[in-house]
Design a protein around this ligand. Structure first.
Ligand code: IPE
Length: 242
């Protein structure tokens, strides 16, 4: 059984402080992953990617042709990826870094092409691939942002994953009454309750997340860090999407 798990940037970084890892939360996430090899990990940008993307006016649709700006975004994400791989290595997870910008591209309509043969082969050889939100070359735009949410859906579909997990800074998707919604099967189920994200986030907040996850063939769960272990054990925490 293959699981694709996203660790939200807001979980593993301090989103208010540029390029700051939340070591406590990253350690907790790594502990929950200890002993597992049937998982592909993707992490978001948090205070690494979003800070640089914002400074250079880059989003998932608005690109840049400034190579320095692209290197700043990609370099920051590689530093965060190294921190995630190191934290996993510390608990003996056989983690290997995979940098999406080196392999992916978008067409003029924004559609993503993402080779995944290497990810599949790593899994088959017992490794845990660790990908990250990144810059992606985009026909007609230069380079745009490739979010971790887009990556988990593309990976889950390409790998035929059984489950998708999005470990976020909240316990699930909140309804109008302030309680976590158990299950969202269509966007309309939660449309009224889905606002934007308050901190700097160039890739759409919770509404964009839910919309992307509904496009995945595999069922997805949005949950907080306290529930990561329960999710990895096959449980049904937070909000099921799809
Ligand atoms: C953003 O990835 C990556 C960059 C800004 C380069 P995500 O959009 O998945 O990041 P988080 O989880 O919201 O921080």
């Amino acid at each position: 059984m293959t699981t694709v798990l996203k660790l939200g940037g807001s979980v593993i970084t301090d989103k208010t402080d540029p390029e700051t890892v939340d070591e406590t939360n990253l350690g907790r996430a790594a502990d929950a992953l200890a002993g597992r090899t049937d998982v592909v990990v993707v992490h978001g940008g948090g205070s690494f990617g979003h800070h640089h993307a914002d400074r250079h006016g880059v989003s998932t649709t608005a690109g840049t042709r400034d190579p320095e700006g692209v290197r700043a975004i990609h370099g920051a994400m590689k530093r965060l990826d190294a921190a995630v791989v190191d934290a996993l290595a510390d608990v003996d997870v056989p983690a290997l870094p995979v940098h999406p910008m080196s392999a992916a591209h978008r067409g003029t309509d924004g559609s993503l092409s993402l080779p995944t043969g290497q990810v599949r082969a790593m899994l088959e050889e017992g490794f845990v691939p660790v990908l990250h939100g990144d810059g992606v070359v985009h026909a007609g735009e230069g380079v745009t942002v490739l979010s971790g949410d887009e990556l988990v859906v593309a990976l889950a579909d390409a790998l035929g994953a059984d489950r998708v997990g999005v470990c976020s800074a909240v316990e699930g998707v909140y309804g109008d009454d302030g309680a976590v919604i158990d299950r969202i099967e269509t966007f309309d189920d939660a449309a009224g309750a889905l606002g934007g994200s308050d901190a700097t986030d160039v890739s759409g907040g919770m509404a964009g997340k839910v919309q992307r996850l509904l496009g995945s063939a595999a069922p997805a769960w949005v949950f907080g860090l306290d529930d990561l272990g329960a999710f990895l054990d096959g449980g049904d925490p937070g909000t099921r999407v799809g």
